[in-house]
Write a protein that binds this ligand. Structure first.
Ligand code: NAG
Ligand code: NAG
Ligand code: NAG
Length: 347
């Protein structure tokens, strides 16, 4: 019946060693994503957000073009290096940019509305080398890009518009050398400042919550679903074990993309197609940085017992395991319960 199975489950999840390796230093990407909507000759709406990896750092207030900081530490980091100067010149720079686009639009008779998007920032490797980038698109297509080392704008599409804009921007030497400085020196030192002030939030780890259940699309097919959610950071390893052996990639195995949750955690599901009552045992194995060297191992229980019973027993066993376990187990169980409820609601 249930208890031996669950005991094994508890035991394995707590003690099974994993091979998850935690790389000490990682490549960091800081980027400013900006969209400007030009509705007509006299209007422009500016939207902008800065991200370090997948973490929002600050955003532009579309109403007054001031910066909204997502964290107390992103405000602190913005007091260092060139950020003070950038902040105080931000509105003037945006005004110039908007005026420039309107001028070009009138010169070459572009039709409104216009959407200009840009992505600018830098990549910093663990060996402290970095490279900057800036790409600009129009109407959803690449238009021009800035080659930081050469301090030059280059067309990214075959059009007279791209040619004309690169040429006109390349003639503004003061702007290209300022851009080169911002995208290499300032950007790199801003990443280092953000990492220093925001360490606790940037290095946050959230444990995955994994649930295993089955779907029966056809009488002769069983789909075992392993749903893993609530984890951070993004890298994760999810595998199916058949009789303890990892199932290799193939037509019966289908793992989804890693999708974002609203709370800056991630989820994915891995689906294994099997024949009903094939005599094998199956388990889903999850490895993640937050679990250290342990793995989560969730067996598929090949009979439709009421999930609430298993949960109650799991709580009892949890009390017994409290000395060995930790907070994360508690979290896991709670997660299972909510997922089961959702599942019941959906079916
Ligand atoms: C331009 O667009 C803005 C925002 O959509 C609108 O409020 C304004 O009246 C328009 N101006 C003209 C001259 O069409
Ligand atoms: C630094 O690391 C990056 C990425 O690993 C590599 O491409 C680059 O060549 C390295 N640079 C130096 C100077 O070691
Ligand atoms: C994998 O899952 C996706 C999404 O559910 C589906 O579109 C696709 O057909 C599946 N592939 C296989 C091989 O089952």
């Amino acid at each position: 019946m249930q208890p031996p199975h669950l005991l094994l489950f508890l035991f394995l999840t707590l003690l099974l060693p994993g091979t998850w390796a935690d790389p000490e230093a990682e490549t960091q990407v800081l980027q400013l994503l900006q969209t400007i909507l030009f509705t007509n000759v006299s209007s422009a709406e500016v939207f902008g957000v800065t991200l370090l990896g997948d973490v929002p750092i600050y955003a532009l207030d579309p109403d007054d073009w001031s910066l909204r900081f997502h964290w107390p530490w992103s405000r602190q980091a913005a007091t260092e290096g060139d950020m003070g100067k950038i902040k105080s010149h931000l509105k003037v720079a945006l005004r110039n940019m908007v005026r420039y686009v309107h001028e070009v639009a009138q010169k070459v008779q572009l039709d409104y509305p216009l959407v200009i998007q840009s992505r600018a920032g830098c990549v910093l490797h663990p060996n402290r080398t970095s490279w900057g980038f800036m790409d600009v698109g129009e109407g959803g297509r690449d238009l021009i890009a800035f080659e930081v080392e050469r301090q030059r704008w280059e067309p990214r599409q075959m059009s007279s518009l791209a040619e004309l804009i690169s040429k006109s921007l390349n003639s503004k030497k003061a702007v290209t050398s300022l851009l080169e400085h911002l995208l290499s020196i300032s950007c790199q030192s801003h990443i280092l400042a953000l990492c220093r002030y925001g360490r606790a939030d940037l290095e946050r780890q959230e444990m995955p919550v994994a649930t295993v259940f089955a779907r029966t699309p056809r009488p002769d097919q069983l789909l075992l679903v392993c749903h893993v959610t609530g984890f951070y950071p993004r890298p994760i390893s999810v595998a199916w074990l058949r009789d303890g052996q990892e199932v290799p990639p193939g037509p019966t195995l289908n793992t989804s993309a890693i999708l974002p949750n609203a709370d800056l955690t991630y989820q994915l599901r891995s689906v294994l197609a099997v024949a009903p009552r094939d005599g094998h045992s199956y388990a889903c194995r999850v490895r993640h940085r937050s679990l250290g060297t342990r793995s989560l191992l969730i067996p598929w229980e090949n009979h439709s017992a009421a999930p609430t019973t298993s949960i109650t027993i799991a709580v009892l066993l949890l009390v017994a395991a409290a000395s060995t376990g930790g907070f994360w187990w508690w979290k896991r169980r709670k997660g299972d319960e909510t997922t089961w409820e959702t599942q019941e609601f959906m079916t």
